[in-house]
Design a protein around this ligand. Structure first.
Ligand SMILES: Nc1ncnc2c1ncn2[C@@H]1O[C@H](COP(=O)(O)OP(=O)(O)OP(=O)(O)O)[C@@H](O)[C@H]1O
Length: 371
């Protein structure tokens, strides 16, 4: 049943760790909470787990007041970054722990516990290592044991707080793909906390981007990347170029490059455009509007080449990405002058005193063939 989080706030002394957060969690969905350190991700997860309570707001599951239930009654499985495995118990005993400590009334018979543990060990691909102790396992293996232990109690909600945060990059990638496959098999409602955007983009059905205790945007990974809703999301997800825009008598422009229309009907004077490195055209024909950009550095990175450009006209350095094959064909060398223009962008005007972006006046521009 859908879990409805409504207007949650949590303050620590004067500081709002969560500030008016609302979110719906559909059954079987994999939601990533993504945000920088201190943005409130763990606080939100702890509230769902029953380890902390909000000062304001509700969490409901149908008619049920989710927050009124104790941590045990909520039937959640928890995995943290730092493996909280019992060192003196084997892998098998660790996985069985949550079932063994149940009151007799709800505890399954021994044979059933044994059978469930074996099934789980197979599922997390550790059936050969059941007799080992945690100290005899790699970090990745320990996290899989932690996950098996969380799954053993057959939770309705799985809460994962940076479960792969302490592992090296290669193991992280392997485990995240494995977790996604496991999720597709089990379809457990899952909330996954991470500050690693690649992890969130690859794993999640939807991402909630958090900043300073608030949710900036909730959406599919594609929507978050293609249609960022706020300047924070533009800058936090992926790489981007931030280009100031100004309105003159002749319309809006960034230096010599003009916007085709006035998106804000004359209401604003200044704004900012965000352009991803892959959304810069680099060989705009003469006669079409473009900036002249000096190619300062070239960074080959396999199939893609990153270019570091300097545009004197707007006094900005820009990053551009180009397919390495195309780059080789063009034969540019550092020092070359390229004719550069945005292919698509997201723009926000600033309010009257020029201080804050006006989020509701967000404007996206794509050429017709990219809409
Ligand atoms: N018990 C507490 N007492 C006081 N402040 C707290 C407490 N718990 C969290 N905070 C503060 O609330 C803010 C949000 O913390 P939280 O742990 O939710 O962030 P996070 O997004 O999970 O960060 P990280 O990625 O670093 O774990 C932080 O500024 C933190 O210092």
């Amino acid at each position: 049943m859908t879990l409805v989080l409504d207007r949650l706030s949590r303050r620590f002394t004067e500081f709002a760790a969560l500030d008016d957060v609302s979110l719906r969690l559909a059954p079987g969905e994999f939601l990533a909470l993504l945000g920088p350190s201190g943005s409130g991700k763990t606080t939100l997860l702890r509230i769902l787990a029953g380890l902390d309570y909000p000062d304001e707001g509700t969490v409901r599951q149908g008619d049920r007041d989710f927050l009124a239930a104790g941590a045990r009654e909520r039937n959640v499985g928890l995995v943290f970054q730092h493996y909280a495995l019992f060192r003196h118990l084997t892998v098998r005993e660790n996985v069985a722990f949550g079932l063994r400590v149940r009151p007799r009334r709800t505890r399954p018979p021994k044979a059933q516990i044994r059978e469930r543990v074996e099934r789980l060990l197979k599922r997390v691909q550790l059936d050969e290592l059941g007799d080992r102790y945690p100290s005899q396992l790699s970090g990745g293996q320990r996290q899989r044991v932690a996950l098996a232990r969380a799954l053993a109690v057959e939770p309705e909600l799985l809460l994962l707080d940076e479960p792969f945060g302490a592992l090296d990059a290669q193991v992280r990638v392997t485990l995240r793909r494995w977790l996604r496959e496991l999720h597709e098999e089990l379809r457990l409602t899952t909330v996954f906390v991470t500050h690693d955007q690649e992890e969130a983009l690859e794993l999640a059905d939807r991402i909630a981007v958090m900043n300073r205790g608030r949710i900036e945007q909730v959406g599919t990974p594609q929507a978050i990347y293609q249609d960022p809703a706020t300047p924070f999301v533009c800058e936090f997800i992926g790489r981007t170029n931030r280009i100031p825009l100004d309105r003159h008598a002749g319309g809006w422009s960034a230096g010599r490059w003009p916007l085709a229309i006035d998106p804000w009907g004359g209401r604003h004077r200044h704004g900012v455009a965000y352009v991803r490195p892959e959304h810069l055209a680099l060989a705009v024909p003469h006669g079409q509007p473009a900036w002249e950009a000096h190619l300062r550095h070239v960074y080959p990175a396999g199939s893609v080449t990153h270019l570091d450009l300097q545009v004197a006209d707007i006094d900005l350095g820009l990053e551009a990405d180009v397919a390495s094959e195309d780059f080789a064909r063009w034969g540019w060398q550092p020092g070359a002058v390229l004719r550069v223009a945005p292919l698509q962008l997201v723009a926000f005007p600033f309010d009257g005193d020029g201080g804050h972006a006006v989020i509701r006046d967000r404007w996206t521009w794509r050429p017709p063939d990219r809409r």
